[in-house]
Write a protein that binds this ligand. Structure first.
Ligand code: AMP
Ligand code: MG
Length: 491
């Protein structure tokens, strides 16, 4: 590919066609002496960039805040939101810049920098992002994609020596993110009292992601009817996302409405966590003292957030009962997706009502014994032949053995080809997940300018279902005596 691969992208900026109140044109603050720590070839391929293009000075300039996509002026968007259940008023891209979007045969991708300097929406913030949180966002984005979970993507991670003050002195980095849209529930909440702008935002979102939801009356979009259909579809996607998160042992950590994607993507990776030892009410964010965003609270919180989104649509003429109807199927959608996913993970052909007792006892077993979430599922695939490896995950093997016997009766009772079932289970249960202690090693290496750990992690996480000889370390839970890595909102 030519050195001017970036120049040949079909670039535009569809968000900028919204009126001026939706955003402010503002230039990123370029990192000084930027170093490309890592770039994701998988994410790059989405916008048609090959490995060679990622090594060019133009790419580094773009991803460090010093370049432009075509001649598009970058912008920061305004949104509002509920944080920890409380209306927080106006927020917005306080340290993110939209560079524009790239149209590809596979769809349109917005390119956004995070950590790229102050904007009119920075409030008290400095506009920076530290290397630590940027490595975590970069890795998590690509890890979720590897798991097949809807997510924003990470194209590049650029580091610098620019100092940033948090609890202690750290250094700055910029993550370049890709998504078909970064519109959040919070964008709709922001315009919840402005019919004209809400209608324009609705048009924008329908055009980019939900064309099938457009309802017409007298040849024009019917805003209220369209908004209801959109809400139904966002609710469905969000319910499915919650099922995927739970079944991956993933906690988002800060499910504020401004961190909820209107496209049903996982968005804004901060103090997230993939569980090691299972605890149903696990809280991954040390700042979340009340456990509002605990692992098992996430579906209910998502529903609460959908109600905030619904409320913002009333300005379009939607009636409350109609909006309630749109959200009424959330629980059933979630349960259906969750049960189908759990059945796949357990190697069951289909979920039967009688499986509920087996399920309850499964979670109780894992919870009481604090068994490793990922390996407990993964090793079940082979537990009919090698129960020992699976049982070794439980400090008290007797109740585990009792559960396994019941489970194997259920699994073999459905008949079918055992090797095919085993293979299907290995495709449903990852061996590698982005455990906190692994992310921490990658961060510490990155702080020494060493990206090999990031590279190793992405090697396993881009296809976490396939066992790789030589990468055994990346499948292991943290050592029993390892100190837990505290993660908080500090980023
Ligand atoms: P978050 O908790 O990361 O979802 O951020 C909530 C809000 O605070 C968003 O409007 C962010 O843009 C803003 N924000 C977070 N960190 C910073 C920062 N260092 N500088 C400016 N704004 C920030
Ligand atoms: Mg956020």
């Amino acid at each position: 590919m030519a050195r001017d691969a970036l120049a040949s992208l079909r670039a535009g900026c569809s968000f900028a066609s919204l009126s001026a109140g939706f955003y402010t044109r503002v230039a990123p603050r370029p990192l000084r002496n930027p170093r490309l720590l890592h770039a994701s070839p998988d994410a790059a391929a989405l916008i048609g960039l090959d490995a060679e293009a990622l090594q060019t000075p133009a790419f580094l300039a773009l991803c460090s805040g010093d370049g432009r996509l075509a001649d598009i002026a970058p912008l920061a968007t305004v949104y509002s939101g509920h944080q920890f259940g409380v209306w927080a008023g106006q927020l917005g891209d306080g340290r993110a810049h939209l560079l524009g979007d790239v149209r590809t045969p596979g769809g349109t991708w917005e390119i956004q920098l995070k950590g790229s300097g102050r904007t009119p929406y920075s409030r008290m913030g400095d506009g920076w992002a530290v290397l630590r949180s940027s490595v975590r966002e970069y890795l998590a984005s690509e890890a979720m994609a590897g798991l097949g979970i809807p997510t924003t993507r990470a194209l590049a991670l650029v580091a610098s020596d620019d100092p940033v003050m948090r609890e202690s002195a750290e250094t700055a980095a910029v993550v370049t993110r890709l998504a078909p849209s970064f519109v959040r529930f919070g964008h709709f909440e922001h315009w919840g009292h402005s019919h004209h702008e809400q209608k324009a935002l609705l048009e924008h979102v329908i055009a980019l992601g939900y064309p099938e939801c457009r309802e017409r009356a007298a040849g024009r979009m019917d805003p209220a009817a369209t908004a209801c259909r959109l809400l139904t579809e966002v609710s469905r996607r969000t319910a499915h996302l919650m099922a995927r998160w739970l079944l991956a042992g993933f906690c988002h950590g800060v499910m504020n409405t401004d961190n909820m994607s209107i496209l049903g993507l996982t968005l804004d990776y901060g103090p997230y966590g993939f569980m090691d030892a299972f605890q149903a009410n696990h809280i991954c964010n040390h700042s979340d003292t009340a456990g509002r965003y605990a692992w098992n609270a996430q579906p209910a919180v998502a529903r609460w957030n959908l109600y905030r989104l619904a409320g913002s649509l009333m300005v379009l003429g939607c009636e409350a009962p109609a909006l309630e109807t749109c959200l009424a199927s959330f629980e059933a959608e979630f349960l259906a997706a969750y049960r189908a996913g759990l059945a796949r993970k357990l190697g069951l052909d289909a979920w039967q009502p009688e499986d509920a007792a087996l399920e309850d006892d499964w979670w109780a077993l894992l919870h009481v014994q604090r068994a490793d979430f990922t390996l407990a599922f993964r090793r079940l695939a082979e537990a009919d032949q090698d129960a020992g490896a699976w049982l070794a995950l439980f400090p008290d093997p007797a109740p585990a053995r009792a559960w396994l016997d019941r489970y194997l009766v259920r699994r073999t009772g459905q008949g079918g080809d055992a090797p095919a079932r085993r293979a299907a289970m290995l495709r449903a249960n990852p061996l590698y997940v982005l455990r906190n202690h692994l992310a921490q090693r990658a961060i510490e290496a990155a702080q020494r300018h060493d990206a090999t750990e990031i590279d190793h992690l992405l090697t396993v996480l881009r296809d976490p279902y396939t066992e790789r000889p030589g990468f055994e370390f990346y499948a292991r839970p943290p050592a029993a005596d390892a100190r837990a890595v505290p993660v908080s909102c500090s980023s």
